[in-house]
Design a protein around this ligand. Structure first.
Ligand code: MG
Length: 399
């Protein structure tokens, strides 16, 4: 099934659209709240979750009058600040409660802004319950795409990732079978042009200085290693039903072009705009409409030249590993993702070097025999194995 409405007329969604924001204190979550603030007549925030940032949860629940609030980390269940939740706001605790927010009767649309594999269950439940799923949690699609994609009715699964939003926007109204290939753009990250030798010496602080996008710490490291771009190749492969090698990575240093699609006739469509995540977030909520921009408009007369380059898969081994995991498919992307979460965290805390990330991920993948994806429980078990194995490989290196 395609995520596009090929023939059905595109009708506006329910107004106001009742929104649940999973992970409301993170980078995507706070920017989603900003969009909801700006379009208060069209968007009603009914449910919010945080991992442990209960002060931000309470502040947002009070501002938006949310009816449901969830704290995923039980160790924050008794934070005194929670007494200040607005009257009538129902509080739930734990990761299972998180998935329950995604299926509430008074929720039309779930914004999944959870980080990492933690977001997969909630995304799955949301689609199963027939909710619109605006997802920034790309792991849902990369790891569990084989389970989620068959559940996605046309117009109900909308990417928030800027590149995939761009591709989605370029494909609306087109026939996906006319697609020749996807040009997935990439800023190149903070280490663009560096040699392997130079990369062996970079620190987490160097990686956290991303040139064009302000993001959370985990994804910023993934952007520096190009693992994030590798994930995005897998994401596009699932979402738009194209071969792994029909997703080409294109370095576009200015982050003005958010991605392009090339059709059989050689025509290429691109989506351009400010590097502001609120635009793709808002599009996921406004689709099929377009609302007043949350961002500064670009005067294209004053723009500097837009340049293109090729992504260097030899120097940035994580991109090549992600492609390899995509070619194998099945449960291999689950191992890629889990091992990367461990190695990414270790690098952020100075427990390994930058090139150790790809070494640990590659070594963990090499020990896994991929099998067809059959359930979330199976993926959870493989995820746990890969995390444990990656952690062992890390400690072997240190000792
Ligand atoms: Mg992206």
């Amino acid at each position: 099934m395609s995520i596009f409405e090929d023939t059905a007329p595109r009708s506006p969604r329910r107004r106001p659209l009742r929104v649940a924001i999973l992970g409301c204190s993170g980078s995507i979550g706070t920017q989603t709240l900003d969009v909801c603030r700006q379009h208060a007549s069209k968007l009603k925030v009914v449910a919010l979750s945080v991992y442990g940032s209960t002060d931000q949860l309470v502040a947002a629940a009070r501002e938006f009058g949310a009816a449901h609030a969830c704290v995923a980390d039980p160790s924050h269940a008794n934070d005194p600040i929670l007494d200040e939740l607005p009257g009538g706001c129902e509080l739930t605790v734990g990761s299972e409660a998180l998935a329950e927010l995604a299926v509430l009767d008074d929720v039309d649309c779930v914004v999944n802004a959870l980080v990492g594999a933690a977001g997969i269950h909630a995304g799955y439940q949301a689609l199963k319950a027939g909710k619109v799923l605006a997802y920034a949690n790309k792991e849902s699609i990369i790891v569990a795409g084989d389970l989620l994609m068959p559940l996605a009715q046309p117009g109900m699964l909308i990417p928030v990732d800027s590149e995939h939003s761009a591709i989605f926007q370029c494909l609306v109204g087109e026939r996906t079978r006319d697609l020749h290939q996807i040009w997935l753009t990439c800023s190149g990250g903070p280490f663009y042009g560096k040699s392997r030798e130079e990369l062996s010496l970079v620190s987490a602080a160097d990686a956290l200085a991303h040139p064009t996008w302000a993001m959370g710490a985990k994804i910023t490291i993934d952007s520096a290693s190009l693992m994030n771009k590798g994930f995005e190749v897998l994401e596009a492969h699932h979402l738009f039903e194209v071969g792994i090698d029909d997703v080409r990575v294109l370095v576009q240093r200015q982050s003005r072009i958010h991605s392009m699609v090339e059709f059989e006739d050689g025509s290429t469509l691109a989506q351009l705009g400010p590097s502001d995540m609120r635009i793709p977030i808002q599009y996921a909520l406004s689709y099929p409409e377009r609302w007043e921009t949350p961002s500064q408009r670009i005067d294209w007369c004053n723009e500097s030249p837009i340049t293109f380059g090729e992504a260097d898969e030899k120097t940035f081994g994580c991109l090549a590993l992600a492609r390899e995991a995509g070619r194998v498919g099945m449960t291999m992307p689950c191992v890629l993702n889990a091992a990367n979460e461990i190695a990414n965290e270790a690098f952020r805390h100075q427990r390994c070097g930058f090139l150790d990330i790809e070494r640990i991920v590659g070594a963990t993948m090499a020990e896994h025999s991929a099998e067809p994806v059959t359930s979330l429980d199976q993926l959870d078990a493989i995820d746990s194995w890969a995390r444990a194995r990656a952690a062992e490989l890390l400690s072997e290196r240190v000792s």
